[in-house]
Ligand binder design. Structure first.
Ligand code: NAP
Length: 251
């Protein structure tokens, strides 16, 4: 499947969406394991506030291809190459028919899906024979869910994109990972007005991600008690899936 990553000492990792939540916790875990890090997000102050010794800070906006290309140049200059790129940049807003907002939906698609495509386009020449790329999507994208009109489709597209890339790049020795977290307590989910089942801390999510890279699996998903349930739901035929989801979520 994928190369198993068990030794992070000196490994050059570029994280986009590194400044808070799952990304920030993963940065700390990888720094502890000895990785050489390049960190991106839009806000330079938040990246600096992480206080990671020796990390290269490259603020950039994933919705802007030129900004991503500049950051790529900066990473290559500073680290001499990249062994693993991890795309965590993301945004979330609950959206349903009653509050449908096209501009907001397009802005979510731009960071949650197209940003990952822009990053891949920038990185492909560097990783046609070596290295790897990982994308953080979500278990919320396995199937359609209520209030997910803007978030779900972009993440579902990202899952599909990662599958296509994996098929083609893994035979060349290039890893492609799909990371699907359940609920994690971060700024992204802080506004949720419902009890989030099987909620993890960012540190737990980072540890599960870290361990996932050692498995060689394509998909790293957690926590298993929640993601296995979501996978089971995803197998149901529509005539069972829709009524069950309505009953479970009260839609
Ligand atoms: N929390 C959950 O329950 C959960 C569950 C499943 C999947 N996820 C996914 O996990 C990833 C990380 O989310 P999180 O929960 O850790 O949220 P978070 O704390 O809000 O982190 C989002 C990160 O993305 C960066 N970012 C946002 N827009 C960007 C842009 N246009 N260009 C570059 N960077 C950008 C943010 O930094 P700046 O604001 O400084 O740019 C921040 O570092 C997201 O893709 C999210 O969809 C989260």
């Amino acid at each position: 499947m994928n190369p198993k990553i068990t030794d992070w000492q000196g490994r050059r990792v570029w994280l986009l969406g590194a400044s808070s939540g799952i990304g920030a916790a993963l940065v700390r875990r990888l720094a502890q394991a000895g990785a050489r890090l390049a960190l991106s997000g839009r806000d330079a102050g938040k990246l600096a506030a992480l206080g990671i010794d020796g990390a290269v800070l490259l603020p950039c906006d994933a919705t802007d291809a030129a900004s991503l290309a500049d950051a790529r140049r900066g990473v290559l200059q500073a680290l001499g190459g990249v062994d693993l790129t991890i795309y965590l940049a993301g945004d979330y807003v609950p959206m349903q028919v009653a509050n449908f907002d096209l501009a907001r939906a397009e802005s979510l698609f731009s960071v949650n899906f197209l940003g990952a495509v822009r990053l891949t386009a920038a990185m492909l020449p560097d990783m046609l024979t070596t290295g790897g790329i990982a994308f953080v999507a979500s278990v919320a994208a396995y199937r359609g869910l209520p209030k997910a009109l803007a978030y779900g489709p972009g993440k579902a597209a990202l899952i599909h994109f990662a599958e296509c890339l994996h098929l083609e790049l893994v035979p060349r020795g290039v890893g492609v990972w799909l990371i699907n977290p359940g609920f994690v307590a971060t700024p992204l989910t802080a506004g949720n007005d419902f009890a989030m089942p099987a909620l993890l801390s960012p540190e737990q999510a980072a540890q599960a991600t870290f361990e996932g890279f050692a498995s060689g699996d394509f998909e790293i998903h957690y926590p298993k008690r929640f993601t296995r349930f979501m996978k089971l739901l995803a197998l149901l035929p529509y005539r069972w899936y829709f009524p069950l989801i309505r009953r479970l979520t009260g839609v």
